[in-house]
Design a protein around this ligand. Structure first.
Ligand SMILES: Cc1cc2nc3c(=O)[nH]c(=O)nc-3n(C[C@H](O)[C@H](O)[C@H](O)COP(=O)(O)O)c2cc1C
Length: 411
């Protein structure tokens, strides 16, 4: 039978399309940052309902959130009665996820005790949706025994606590009390909403970035991979409910809701991936693993000799992908090529034990290293190919997961 060649249109997976996120904003100096959170959630396709505490309105106006979300903002329990569709129980039932960002010490204390004297706390009491609480306050306020007790009570009640982060606080002091970054909050919302997606209960390992092989204490050889492709795949898997391990050599921000192991060299990557593979369902090797490494690593900085013709001796690195094995493991390899893309990709499937290879021609515009997009072709061991149009790397991640899903179901 001759190999099948198909060209497919990707199935889009807009993460928050059709979902309702209830954003609670409380009276912290970080309340202005909630406007960015609201904006990013709307951009990701969510319908965002905002509830502000009275103190929050001292810091930022309801009009800001109304303009960003195109939705009415609730600021009082009694105002809510004027619109029967917007009372606290309706909001609680409508929400796919509640995010309180920033959350003051005061609101955290009220939530811990089940006090319901404002629209936000009343809504949280009435919801069955996942609740994410992002504290933001002075470091001493956060460290105080009562706040710690209240935070622990919320964790015991099933809330997800995001942060706070370390850094410069509004007081000018350094400490743990900053609201975590918007991208982290958005990631947690996506994870909470995707928890029961088609990858729930699946363990997915993704490698990312270009490994660095040391030459001496100051130099290394590496490649042009930035890690964007692997990080986006990890996010796509997280958004579909997977339990994700991202093994990355990249300097990119860590995706939230994903277990991240930093691995810079090939050896570190092998040690992080091979033992974990036995329990995994899917391994996607998007990292650009060095093919060559210096035959000798100097423990001192190599000095200039003042003569032409200095050489660096390289040896080939053993591919560890065949060593990654598990009872139910499906493996997906990547092939970044500059020529004979499909033939080279096909040749890689058998030795790596890969169900299919994601091949990309890195010489094509918009494709390959450092870009936000990629044009890929899936090639299996029989030479069947499935070519995709230029897509965002997140959509490439979803396409890989779409292709792998029926293979997993057979295990
Ligand atoms: C200028 C200013 C900044 C404040 N910043 C914070 C803060 O970052 N975190 C916090 O927990 N409380 C902060 N507070 C105190 C809260 O606003 C106060 O506890 C209020 O009762 C919180 O009400 P709420 O939880 O209903 O929003 C601040 C107060 C003021 C006046």
């Amino acid at each position: 039978m001759s190999p099948k060649i198909t060209s497919i249109q990707p199935i889009s997976h807009p993460p928050l399309e059709g979902k309702t996120v209830l954003l609670g904003v409380t009276g912290s100096i970080a309340a202005y940052k909630a406007a960015d959170v609201a904006s990013k959630l709307v951009q990701a396709g969510a319908m965002v309902d905002v509830i502000m505490t009275t103190s929050a309105t001292e810091f930022v106006g309801a009009a800001t959130f109304e303009a960003l979300t195109h939705r009415p903002v609730t600021t009082s329990l009694w105002q809510a009665r004027s619109d029967l569709n917007m009372d606290h129980v309706a909001l609680a039932l409508q929400a796919d996820c509640i995010l309180i960002a920033p959350a003051t010490a005061n609101t955290i204390a009220k939530l811990a005790l089940g006090i319901a004297d404002d629209p936000l706390t009343a809504t949280v009491l009435a919801t069955e949706a996942p609740v994410i609480v992002a504290p933001a306050m002075d470091a001493d306020m956060f460290a105080s025994p009562s706040t710690q007790r209240n935070v622990n009570a919320l964790v015991a009640d099933g809330a997800i606590i995001a942060g706070p982060a370390d850094g410069r606080l509004a007081s000018g002091l350094l400490g743990k009390g900053r609201l975590v970054e918007t991208n982290i909050l958005e990631g947690l919302v996506r994870q909470a909403i995707g928890k029961h997606g088609d990858y729930s209960d699946r363990r997915v390992i993704v490698s990312a970035g270009g490994t660095r092989q040391p030459i001496d204490p100051v130099r290394f050889i590496s490649n042009r991979s930035t890690g964007k492709m692997g990080h986006r795949i990890a996010e796509a898997a997280r958004d579909r409910g997977a339990d994700v391990l991202l093994v990355t050599a990249s300097e990119l921000p860590r995706p939230s809701g994903v277990e991240v192991v930093k691995a810079i060299t090939v050896e570190e990557m092998r040690d992080a991936i091979v033992p974990s593979s036995s329990e995994a369902d899917l391994l996607i090797m998007a990292a650009a693993i060095s093919d060559f490494t210096p035959s000798h690593v100097s423990d001192q900085k190599i000095k200039k000799q003042g003569k032409p013709g200095t050489s660096l001796n390289l040896v080939e690195v053993e591919d560890f992908m065949p060593l990654a094995q598990g009872r139910k493991l499906i493996k997906v390899a990547f092939a970044a090529e500059t020529n004979d893309v499909e033939e080279n990709a096909k040749a890689k499937t058998a030795p790596k034990g890969a169900a299919f290879v994601v091949a990309n021609d890195i010489s094509e515009p918009g494709s390959g290293f450092g870009t936000d997009t990629n044009r890929v072709t899936f090639v299996d061991s029989e030479g069947n190919t499935q070519s995709h149009p230029l897509m965002t790397k997140l959509d490439v991640g979803h396409a890989i997961l779409d292709r792998a899903l029926p293979l997993l179901a057979k295990n």
